[in-house]
Design a protein around this ligand. Structure first.
Ligand SMILES: NC(=O)c1ccc[n+]([C@@H]2O[C@H](COP(=O)([O-])OP(=O)(O)OC[C@H]3O[C@@H](n4cnc5c(N)ncnc54)[C@H](O)[C@@H]3O)[C@@H](O)[C@H]2O)c1
Ligand SMILES: O=P(O)(O)OC[C@H](O)CO
Length: 368
């Protein structure tokens, strides 16, 4: 196992969310000698974690770094927040607006901590990316320096220090650089970039295609079908992203094809698992109740449908997933419809547009 490199500067980090990814990243930073607090809404989790340094709900076999203190279930106090160098948000996208709204009054803009987001989704009621949720709740100046980490990174492999790489992006290159310095380790390699819209879209959309890949496996289809779904899914993601106003190249990064490949090919993925179980004939309600963890692709499929309709781009796979999840269509029947589509040009990126990204950039006071 590769050793952790200790940091010269100890940062104080508060992680919002003590699920799989929040506790895994808390552990990652705690192991490199940072002082880490991890907020949970569960009183039992907080007590158990502080006594045993184990998370009773997720990653149960893992012994967590001693330098992590669980806090909660009350929302973190202004006194605690104001001591922090870094706030790391590891909660599902549907909880980000509520959390930032509660946090905003305690944020001191003159001494703003580094704000890092790792959720991968689209807010269902507004179709907003997290960048927009941050602008709405905390203002454009804070959104401009927010940083996003995304890429192929299963929590349960990170806690075992399996070599992993992620994209670390922000509209502010210096903030992406700081976040990269904070997280980078020989076994957790960080690559910086400046297209948060593309990275956020890629991270959210790959979950929908992972559901499709799981459905195909659940129906009994094998390797050729998975490769087809990954490649056509990538073409579809890139087409949607380009029409949205993101760089098409972003879909070739770790946050794009890297994460798409990972989640479409492994039953470790919750999104793939949701699709697999649907393909096997289980009902969505039952799957969600028994999954025990969030599968962001389920809500994202709904937000994505609205975005695709607005953009007017072809997204047959995403539409198929939406129809199964929300229109009560049978997986096999909807898959047969997809397979019966006429032949088409393989690379169709000739989409005009970029309106949503221009709208968002205007909200931040930046040219689109
Ligand atoms: N698990 C992974 O390997 C992984 C990897 C990369 C990114 N992510 C992303 O990280 C995010 C969190 O995923 P996870 O795996 O930790 O999920 P999880 O279901 O394991 O944990 C989610 C955590 O968020 C908390 N939470 C839920 N709703 C909340 C709300 N409204 N307000 C405050 N807290 C709330 C839960 O109590 C829990 O602690 C998701 O967007 C996911 O796509 C996960
Ligand atoms: O379990 P999933 O499907 O939410 O995937 C987790 C991460 O996004 C993998 O990078």
């Amino acid at each position: 196992m590769l050793p952790h490199q200790q940091c010269d500067k100890k940062s104080k980090v508060l992680v919002f969310g003590a699920g799989n990814f929040g506790s895994c990243l808390a552990d990652h930073l705690g192991d490199s000698s940072h002082i880490v607090f991890m907020w949970s809404r569960s009183e039992n989790l907080v007590k158990h974690f502080n006594q045993h340094h184990r998370n009773p709900e997720v990653l149960q076999d893992h012994q967590f770094a001693e330098s992590i203190t669980a806090v909660g279930p009350e929302f973190p106090s202004p006194e605690l927040v104001q001591q922090m160098d870094v706030l790391l948000f590891a909660i599902p996208t549907e909880g980000v607006r509520e959390t930032l709204t509660a946090l905003k009054p305690t944020l001191d803009e003159a001494k703003l901590p580094l704000l890092i987001f790792v959720n991968k989704g689209i807010e269902i009621s507004t179709r907003a990316l997290t960048l927009e949720i941050i602008a709405d709740t905390c203002g454009p100046d804070i959104a401009k320096v927010a940083t996003f980490i995304s890429g192929p990174s299963f929590a349960k492999e990170i806690v075992k220090r399996q070599p992993t790489s992620v994209s670390v992006v922000s509209l502010s290159p210096s903030h992406a650089e700081q976040a990269s310095q904070l997280f980078h380790q020989p076994w957790f390699r960080c690559y910086t970039g400046d297209d948060p819209i593309g990275v956020e879209l890629a991270g959210a959309l790959k979950n929908v295609y992972a559901i499709a890949a799981g459905m195909a496996a659940g129906l009994g289809f094998e390797n050729n079908t998975r490769a087809m779904l990954i490649t056509r899914g990538l073409a579809e993601m890139t087409r949607i992203g380009t029409a949205y106003g993101a760089s098409p190249l972003t879909f070739l990064t770790l946050a794009g094809v890297g994460d798409l490949f990972l989640t479409c090919s492994s039953s470790t993925s919750r999104n793939y698992t949701v699709g697999y179980r649907l393909g096997q004939g289980e009902k969505l309600d039952h799957i969600i109740k028994t999954l025990g963890s969030v599968a962001e692709g389920v809500t994202t499929a709904k937000g994505l449908k609205a975005i695709v309709d607005e953009l007017g781009v072809a997204a047959p796979i995403a539409s198929g997933v939406y129809d199964v999840l929300y229109e009560g269509r049978a997986v096999e029947e909807r898959a047969n419809e997809l397979l019966s589509l006429p032949p088409m040009s393989e690379l169709d990126l000739s989409v005009e547009g970029g309106k949503p990204a221009k709208r968002l950039m205007a909200k931040l006071g930046l040219d689109g």
